[in-house]
Design a protein around this ligand. Structure first.
Ligand code: NAP
Length: 239
């Protein structure tokens, strides 16, 4: 299988790329600015046997998305799986939220994945096969101080389910994974108070790991996951 993982330079995206590589899949990752981190993902996945390539890409730029998707399909000689993982968080109380905080989060977490899905769909339709996995969040149900992030992740579920209905008849599945609080750079700034509250409310009694999320992404990306479509898989320790 051949896969594209956006935001594969670190965190969950890196764990997904390495999980795919461990499976012997050929994997392309993208990164926004942290080239050294992306190269570290390639190095870590290098021993696994598959082809790994890294491309600089800002998912907010639709022309760049089209170009990079074309390059990846050319260099991997095909594409079967796309994982929309690139995302950001910019928490502010809604009453005080800047236009920039709203727009950048929606553009990165929702519009970007739409651009990527649109770009890969032509190819998936031609081969009558494809797996789309989008990284949503438990915040899709609403999260105080995260109106922008929650709206982007709920919107991503709407996008996912629409694609599932539109392209399910053509051999393409679209599913979402909704992680809870996962230990990555994104959550490094989460306060001790929020972490403690999370741990109290989470039946698993801890934060999750990027590898645990990657396992769920992999399960939805497999060829054998052919009857799972439009699903939202929570990876939250039961939160
Ligand atoms: P992370 O460690 O902050 O990594 C974010 C990744 O996205 C990096 O590879 C970054 O590239 C890339 N990126 C950011 N903005 C981009 C843009 N405009 N264009 C292209 N790439 C961009 O995040 P994470 O914690 O692994 O989260 C991964 C995904 O899971 C996100 O969608 C996040 O919302 C979701 N999620 C995370 C958690 C959690 O608790 N961590 C929970 C639920 C959902 P650079 O390295 O080059 O900056």
């Amino acid at each position: 299988m051949k896969a594209l993982v956006t935001g594969g330079s670190r965190g969950i995206g890196r764990a997904v790329a390495l999980r795919f590589a461990r499976q012997g899949w050929d994997v392309a990752i993208t990164y926004r600015s942290k080239r050294e981190a992306a190269e570290e993902t390639l190095r870590l996945g290098g021993d696994e046997g598959g082809v790994l390539i890294a491309k600089k890409l800002d998912v907010r730029d639709s022309d760049a998305v089209d170009r990079v998707v074309d390059e990846v399909i050319g260099e991997l000689d095909g594409l079967d799986v796309v994982v929309n993982n690139a995302g950001i968080m910019e928490n502010q109380a809604a009453a005080m939220m800047s236009d920039e905080a709203w727009e950048s989060v929606i553009a990165t977490n929702l519009t970007g994945p739409f651009f990527v899905c649109r770009a890969v769909l032509t190819h998936f339709l031609m081969q009558r096969f494809g797996r789309i996995v989008n990284l949503s969040s438990v915040a899709q149900d609403g999260s105080a101080g995260q109106a922008n992030y929650a709206a982007s992740k709920a919107g991503l579920v709407g996008l996912t389910k629409s694609l599932a209905q539109e392209y399910g008849p053509r051999g393409i599945t679209a599913n979402a994974v909704a992680p809870g609080l996962i230990e990555t750079e994104m959550t490094a700034e989460v306060t001790a108070e929020v972490r403690e509250r999370w741990v109290e409310l989470c039946p698993a009694g801890r934060l999750g790991s990027a590898e645990e999320v990657a396992e769920a992404v992999w399960s939805l990306s497999r060829r054998e996951a052919s009857f799972i479509n439009g699903a939202v898989l929570h990876v939250s320790g039961g939160f």
